[in-house]
Design a protein around this ligand. Structure first.
Ligand code: RIB
Ligand code: CA
Length: 315
């Protein structure tokens, strides 16, 4: 099996954690590195959290590089009410054993992409896009050398989740998002129009709770925490599962319906900061962006449950 070389940039975060557990359990992916960014919680916690999840998954072979502590221009913004003050719900923090990767995230992204053939290394973006924007500023050839940039971010038909018109990852660092979307790289964008269709229902959480491994127990605990927050803070029954959709697309793109488009980001207006203007009136032959309009949610959860089920249990 040829494995897909992948960098994961994230701000763990409970849904980032589930995405990491899915990726670490998927032999189809060659996870070259995890890079972390301030977002859901401050940067030192997202880096520690990524190392905690790596240890739980038994994947200390994967380097974790800490990255940007703040957006390119905007002040730091966090989402602790949805992820808990430590960032991983009610999972008790511990000091992870694994090493911290040499050098900051942006440098690691540049080094890993530039030393491989053009188009070979994809990157899954699950937080504010500060690290990738910094990497693109450092290495002007990066955008043309990258493979697919799979972004969890953006809002169109669904409206926003942090303001009426903006989704958190793009809102937190709209300037970085504008750099990435304006770079000419190929982007598959899984915004709220897709991720709001992928909800962790009671039945889906229970299916993961039947798996007797620490990664599955950890994933289920993250989903239970999100379920409680969704019911108490948002008033909805089942929480959307955002970040694992990036990994699910890489593993099973057939589970998603995409439309060619051009995505631009509002960076100056305070009212609509971080809004993603998704324009479908483009030439499909030359469009560099695709926006997810549909998803097989059962398929995504079957993928997660299957990946977390040990081989000896019939996976
Ligand atoms: O809007 C959802 C996104 O913001 C997810 O990546 C979640 O982890 C938060 O970072
Ligand atoms: Ca995230």
């Amino acid at each position: 099996m040829s494995r897909l070389p992948l960098i994961i940039d994230c701000d763990p975060g409970v849904d980032d954690a589930v995405a990491l557990l899915l990726a670490f359990a998927s032999p189809e992916l060659e996870v070259l590195a995890v890079t972390t960014v301030a977002g859901n919680v401050p940067g030192h916690r997202t880096q520690r959290n990524a190392r905690m999840i790596r240890q739980i998954a038994g994947r200390e072979d994967v380097p974790v590089h800490g990255g940007a502590e703040r957006p390119l221009k905007r002040p730091p913004a966090h989402a602790g009410e949805f992820h808990g003050p430590e960032g991983l719900g009610d999972l008790q923090p511990f000091e992870p054993a694994g090493i911290i990767g040499d050098g900051p995230a942006a440098n690691a992204i540049v080094d890993l992409v530039m030393k491989r053939p053009a188009g070979e290394v994809s990157i899954a973006m699950m937080g504010p896009m500060t690290n990738l924007a910094l990497a693109m500023k450092r290495e002007r050839r990066l955008a043309e050398r990258l493979g697919t940039v799979v972004v969890m971010g953006g809002a169109r038909s669904e409206g926003g989740n942090v303001t009426a018109s903006a989704e958190f990852n793009v809102w937190a660092d709209p300037d970085a998002a504008a750099v990435v979307f304006g770079s000419g790289c190929e982007v598959v964008c899984l915004g709220l129009d897709a991720t709001h269709q992928v909800r962790a229902t009671e039945a889906r959480i229970r299916a993961i709770e039947t798996i007797r491994t620490e990664p599955a127990r950890t994933a289920a605990a993250m989903l239970r925490f999100s379920q409680r927050v969704e019911r108490t803070v948002v008033g909805w029954e089942a929480a959307p599962l955002h970040d694992p959709c990036t990994i699910a697309w890489l593993l099973r793109p057939d589970l998603f319906q995409l439309r060619p488009c051009r995505i631009e980001v509002e960076t100056s207006s305070e009212l609509t900061r971080g809004h993603t203007a998704v324009e479908f009136r483009v030439d499909p032959a030359t469009a560099r962006h695709r926006w997810a309009v549909g998803v097989d949610a059962d398929g995504v959860f079957d993928l997660i449950t299957g990946a977390l089920t040990p081989a000896e249990d019939g996976r």
